[in-house]
Design a binder for this molecule. Sequence first.
Ligand code: UDP
Ligand code: MG
Length: 312
Amino acid sequence: MAAPAVTIVVPVYNEEANLRPLFARLAATMDATGRPWEAIFTDDGSRDASAAILRELHAARPDVVRAIEFERNAGQHMAIMAAFEHARGDIVVTIDADLQNPPEEIPKLLAAADAGHDVVGSIRRNRQDVGWRVYASRAMNFVRERITGIRMTDQGCMLRAYRRGIVQQIVATGEQSTFIPALAQYFAANPAEIEVEHAARAAGESKYDLYKLVRLNFDLMTGFSVVPLQMFTIVGMLITALSVILVGYLMLRRLIIGPEAEGLFTLFAILYFLVGVVITGLGLVGEYVGRIYNEVRKRPRFQIRAIHEKLE
Ligand code: UDP
Ligand code: MG
């Protein structure tokens, strides 16, 4: 396997039904470009036959297929990170394994990279996901853009191309809980965005439940901004100021009108609200502290069981 011009990176978690059709379409597209290429699949601790199928694909096309096997599930972004550490191409393209990103769109990304863009992002045309996810994702995208200041039209689309230098900077961060498109956008000197097609998942189910999605978005917010902490401080100061006014008013009322026992439930309502605000603040601080804790322990981000590749 000679050093390729393009590396395709595919994170794989329980995608046994998708791998063969994905590879067939990917290989047809990439062979047609005439560029030397390789694909690095990271099996992210799948419990189905994904790893066996990847070994089989490697055996069939050792000239282009490399496979990394994780001991256990480390998450999509860590699966991509491991492949980034091994990628040799001048251009590195990430793509999902479930055929939601058509491999036939890759040449468009390559053309944009050839035109000098170091990061080529993408926007899903006619997004094919369940309704609530499309709206939740749009809302998160809006909030994220304001909080982190990172400009991406469609943060969730993983069909993207990166120049080698960007990939090296991403690898060099050594970050544990990160969001690769945002990191790339952060390092980019000349980013571009193009529109790509989107399809419904070919087989299997989404690997993200609501909890995993929330965690991923927290990674994105905390990883790229401390604005949430500052906003919280500002909200706290505003509430304190309002409380001072309320205390003054109640004091005057006590002196002028006299003691009162009414308004008990109003008091509870205000108190519950404030307790909610305080607990949220504690959780917010915890989100940062937990991630700092993970980073300082410096445990390995993922454990590689085996790598199947034939390099020259
Ligand atoms: N994935 C992974 N590890 C995980 C979750 C997902 O490698 O812990 C892979 C998955 O196999 C797929 C890609 O990441 O190739 C995107 O996942 P999915 O399609 O489930 O996400 P969705 O499209 O629903 O956002
Ligand atoms: Mg998907």
